[in-house]
Design a protein around this ligand. Sequence first.
Ligand code: MBD
Ligand code: FE
Length: 313
Amino acid sequence: MTVKTMQTAEVKDLLEKVAGFNKEGGNERVKKIVHRLMHDIFQIVEDFDVTPDEFWQAVYYVNELGQNGEAALLAPGLGMDKYLDIRLDAEDEQAGLAGGTPRTIEGPLYVAGAPKTEAFARMDDGSDENAEIMILTGQVTDEDGQPLANAVVDVWHADTKGAYSYFDQSQSEYNLRRRIVTDENGRYTARSIIPSGYGCPPEGSTQQLLNLLGRHGNRPAHIHFFVSKPGYKHLTTQINLAGDEYTYDDFAFATREELVVDANRVEDSAKSEAFGLNKPFTEVEFNVQLVSTDKPELQTRHERKRALEGEVA
Ligand code: MBD
Ligand code: FE
């Protein structure tokens, strides 16, 4: 049965009352957006002849999504984070601020306040003795290739199971999370372990919807970065390790060609010894170019709810 009611005065009037158009007070922007949002939802119900059964399934889906804290996981899965990046890239283009290392999404698993050291950090707590040792290194420069000293490179990544400390309570505090301040040559180096890709919780709400779309919920092995220095545009980015099954098939759409990085096995024992290691390791190099700006609002990361943000320095 298809009935068309969207164009009726009754529905139009209902939508206006829903959005508080006939009331003083409230927020005009919220009213307009809620009016559009509810209009579009009503329209979907009409166009797809959504049944009451289906509608209530969707309502309880939203409830469960919130209950298991997955709203910020479903968002990248549905391309929302990527879409915001596409808009930011277009804004940069328009403002003449394009260039430098490309941004890509932050994801939901950052924790503020990781230990901060100069030039070098050991990121892993040493508990995973079977993990492949990673030496992650690079240089931060401006667009002319001039080294940027005292840039903060805030790095976080998963363990060999694809799990992140803090969210995975079995890991030690700030495991695989560090802030490294670049040296006088703009260089940073971390000793860590090669991460594995992430997979959405198999029984969670995000995976439940992805299943209905015929999609998987996996990310390739990746490493997250915030890179910042006063006078430069804040950079939120990630690298994806080449050769992962999901490098070009990321459920969160974070892969960009310029951000795919080779991981190179180093078997030269002299090189191992230079890092105080007694076995082969894998080297990952990621150089970063920052774009200068005098706009303070572009020099810091966007606001969003982040674990421990505001609670730690
Ligand atoms: C991650 O590790 C991640 O980076 C994103 C974007 C989504 C889920 C898990
Ligand atoms: Fe991640």
